[in-house]
Design a protein around this ligand. Structure first.
Ligand code: F6P
Length: 566
């Protein structure tokens, strides 16, 4: 059998390799002076504006990227995804997160069956349950209303819901609906995370939602057992039925755990963990906190982008353009990282959701890096080029006072600037030249130009900068970025943003020819932890010596056992 063609062997890829050498001779200062070019690099869909004129690319680059998309059969792959084909071939599963937010009357086939009615059956159940809890008609074991929720889950069963919750927390309509309620997330198996989550909460008024696709994830299950104990110790074992519910694809294990299957909210194998925020994984905890109607708007925003992604031609398709530009930056310019820079404190958990793994609470995988950090093609052929990028980010302006130094004068890192036209919480101070939000947005508009244009030695000398400081104050510029401007940050817009980034990741994976929907790379560490766990148990309970590990791990383990012995 002939070996499958890798994308890097196509003429379209080779043309781009030659083309980037020409682009490297240009400077964004010059590219930006071509207004016609800029005009055709700004587009809008459903009030989301994308400006990619500060990419180190020309219109010719864009055409060549479209040819690459053709060579990669991008459109066919998108269609296969929407048609419910088993495009996650290593797990033999469809990839249908778009069905999670499809309108009630949509038809999305999966293995010969329209899955939309099933999706809405669960959504209706969530609506009904969350209304009962919020209205106080579902009460805890002692008859008190459940006003606080701890969602226990990790990775995709945590980061997406945390991102949306954080974004909604200061949105006025959502705030109104959340009055008097709390939503917390327990992810890390670190007992400190348990302590922080239960601090100040009363089991009598707390509902625990155990969120796990597999219902086997070690961290989540230990945390779930810990909270079950917390509830049982305070209210007796029978209280678990009233105080614990679950979200999972594995309803058998939910029941075994002791949660009534009637209080379980299902989702399906065709939802990848990191793409599950629009399933019960996110919809249940968010509906408990904000009410279903707010969450429904979030789903509608995502659905609007789903339809756009499916039907818009490449030159008008925001996720397609973003994905192709990322491929351009990673594979041709050789930029290894991407900074996600929302000028919005409410989006502080957006980069962690897209990237996965920065602050201590974010421990495992996620949308971009878990999806596209692969080293073989979808057919298992080793790739001679790197896929994926290192995503990181912080809200502006905070980031400006930390890592932006490197972005401006150190390594070249393509940046996504995300701005919001109307603040969730505007402040207008008397005597100030602009509102607080305008002040924030001044930076959103200034930073991309600082990166693109830089500052030359000649300009500095004209400003009489002392000559010994000129090299230090020079900015090379020519650093690419793109800007996304959203009209506001309501639930609908949060859904739009999520779907744009989800589909962008898929575009990249489709073009690189990898499987963006499996995550075998997280397994080895998990199985090694199982061996360590057995050793710790044997050493602690039977005094068995540490055995079977390399010298380094044995030394560390022995030291740990000694230092932590009671
Ligand atoms: O370890 C990675 C991972 O499998 C993710 O893909 C997933 O989102 C997370 O663990 C949690 O898995 P589960 O929802 O099955 O507990």
């Amino acid at each position: 059998m002939a070996s499958p063609t890798l994308i890097c062997d196509t003429q379209a890829w080779k043309d781009l390799e030659a083309h980037v050498e020409e682009i490297k001779k240009t400077h964004l200062r010059d590219l930006m002076s071509d207004v016609e070019r800029s005009k055709s690099m700004i587009l809008e869909f459903d009030e989301v504006l994308l400006d990619y004129s500060r990419q180190r690319a020309t219109l010719d680059t864009r055409d060549k990227l479209f040819k690459l998309a053709e060579a990669a059969h991008l459109k066919e792959k998108i269609n296969r995804m929407y048609n419910g084909e088993h495009i996650n071939s290593t797990e033999n599963r469809p990839v249908l997160h778009v069905a999670l937010r499809a309108p009630r009357d949509a038809v999305i086939q999966c293995d010969g069956k329209n899955v939309v009615p099933e999706v809405w059956k669960v959504l209706d159940k969530i609506q009904e349950f969350s209304e009962r809890v919020r209205s106080g008609s579902w009460v805890g074991a002692t008859g008190k209303a459940l006003k606080d929720v701890i969602a226990v889950g990790i990775g995709g069963s945590f980061l997406g819901p945390l991102f949306v919750h954080t974004a909604l927390q200061t949105e006025p309509d959502a705030m109104e609906c959340a009055r008097g309620r709390q939503l917390r997330f327990l992810a890390n198996v670190d007992p400190v995370d348990v302590a922080r989550n239960i601090a100040g909460l009363n089991p009598e008024t707390t509902l625990v939602v155990v969120v796990s696709k597999t219902f086997t994830t070690a961290e989540t299950m230990l945390n779930a057992r810990t909270l079950r104990e917390w509830i049982s110790a305070a209210l007796g074992p029978s209280a678990v039925a009233k105080h614990m519910v679950a979200v999972s694809t594995n309803l058998t294990l939910v029941e075994k755990f002791g949660i009534d299957p009637n209080n379980a909210f299902a989702f399906w194998d065709w939802v990848g963990g990191r793409y599950s925020v629009c399933s019960a994984v996110g919809v249940l905890p968010l509906s408990l906190q904000y009410g279903f109607s707010i969450v429904e708007k979030f789903l509608q925003g995502a659905s609007s982008i789903d339809q756009h992604f499916y039907s818009a031609p490449y030159e008008k398709n925001i996720p397609v353009l973003l994905g192709l530009l990322s491929v351009w930056n990673v594979s041709f310019h050789g930029y290894p990282a991407r900074a996600i820079l929302p000028y919005s404190q409410a989006l502080e958990k957006f980069a962690p959701h897209i990237q996965q793994a920065c602050a201590p609470k974010q421990s495992a995988c996620m949308v971009s890096m878990e999806s596209n950090g692969k080293s073989v093609s979808i057919d298992g052929v080793p790739l001679p080029f790197a896929t994926g990028e290192i995503d990181f980010g912080e809200p502006g302006t905070n980031g400006q006072h930390s890592f932006y130094q490197l972005i401006h004068q150190g390594r070249v890192i393509p940046c996504d600037f995300i701005g919001i036209a109307r603040s969730q919480q505007p402040i207008y101070l008397k005597g100030e030249p602009v509102s607080n939000h305008d002040e924030l947005m001044s930076n959103f508009f200034a930073q991309p130009d600082a990166l693109a244009y830089g500052k030359t030695a000649e300009e500095l000398r004209k400003e009489n900068v002392p000559s010994h400081l000129v090299p230090h104050k020079t900015f090379s510029g020519n650093r690419p970025s793109l800007s996304l401007l959203l009209p506001s940050l309501k639930a609908y817009n949060i859904g739009q943003l999520l779907a744009i980034y989800e589909h962008r990741v898929a575009v990249q994976g489709f073009v690189w020819g990898i499987n963006s929907f499996d995550q075998w790379g997280v397994e080895l560490g998990k199985s090694l932890a199982t061996r360590v766990r057995k050793q710790l148990h044997a050493s602690r309970t039977k005094g068995e010596p540490v055995e079977g590990f390399n010298f380094s791990t044995s030394t560390l383990l022995t030291r740990y056992l000694e230092a932590s012995a009671d």
